[in-house]
Design a protein around this ligand. Structure first.
Ligand code: PGA
Length: 267
């Protein structure tokens, strides 16, 4: 039985004052939810603040990206150990904004994935097709190529390490990110199932355990129907994670879906 996961991706938003209000709102709404894991990925300068406020709560915090190098002359970059130093347990990798706006590639995603797992971080590898690729029927081809670029670089030991840190995949169709156009639950389910099958070709046990979350215009009013799909193990939330009430409602949706799945399995 997989434990659901909801991750807030704040992107480049926030300041000390608004972050404090947002985090306090999330803490009070999420503290009684025990059936799922909750994470906020905040801009790097606010990791200190996130740690101070979240340290004794059930909410984890993480980075939105990480560099593949340990240290050196890489102006503007952040090394994996710098994230773990600040108590981060998760890191987003290969987000479409990193790929499109900052020219990151499958190769950099693979190198960063490897560096993250070696530092003990849980990588959340984002994959997904653009609208043009979607309309050309290339979704599976694109998702497979993005996954394979990372998976192929992992030897047996690395793969075991990736499982030890509970690697996560996030299916984020680029056409759904920030557009208000969410994938239909059955559309998301089909791609999540494809991702799980692809992992199963490498290792069936890992495929059963790995969490695959959906991202792209998830809101309080569509979260439950998405999370109810058998291969959708939670969500990666952008815009809606900046509003405590909306984010908490999404967390409640995943918490209650998990609870009802447990009940169904017991009865
Ligand atoms: P969105 O962003 O929820 O605003 O669509 C999701 C993401 O980019 O991770």
């Amino acid at each position: 039985m997989r434990r659901n996961l909801v991750v807030g991706n704040w992107k480049m938003h926030g300041d000390m004052r608004s972050n404090e209000m947002l985090l306090n709102g999330i803490i009070s709404g999420v503290q009684e939810l025990h059936n799922a894991d909750f994470v906020v990925c905040v801009p790097n300068p606010y990791l200190f603040q996130a740690r101070a406020l979240l340290e004794k709560t059930n909410i984890h915090w993480g980075g939105q990206n990480v560099n593949q190098h340990e240290e050196g002359a890489f102006t503007g970059a952040v090394a994996p150990h710098m994230l773990t130093d600040l108590g981060c347990t998760y890191v987003l990798l290969g987000h479409s904004e990193r790929r499109n706006l900052f020219y990151e590639t499958n190769l950099t995603a693979a190198a960063r994935f490897d560096a993250a797992i070696k530092a003990g971080l849980t990588p959340i590898l984002c994959v997904g097709e653009t609208l043009a690729e979607h309309e050309a029927g290339l979704t599976e081809v694109i998702v497979a190529s993005q996954m394979d670029a990372v998976m192929a670089t992992l030897g047996e030991q690395d793969f075991a390490q990736a499982m030890a840190v509970n690697m996560v995949f996030a299916y984020e169709p680029v056409w759904a990110i920030g557009t208000g156009r969410t994938a239909m639950p059955d559309q998301a389910q089909a791609v999540h199932e494809f991702i799980r099958h692809r992992i199963a070709r490498r290792n069936p046990d890992a495929a059963a355990k790995v969490r695959i979350i959906y991202g792209g215009s998830v809101k309080a009013n569509n979260a439950e129907s998405l999370f109810a799909m058998p291969d959708v193990d939670g969500g990666l939330i952008g815009g809606a994670s900046l509003h405590a009430e909306e984010f908490v409602a999404i967390c409640q949706a995943t918490n209650s879906v998990t609870a009802s799945t447990c009940l169904a399995e017991l009865t």
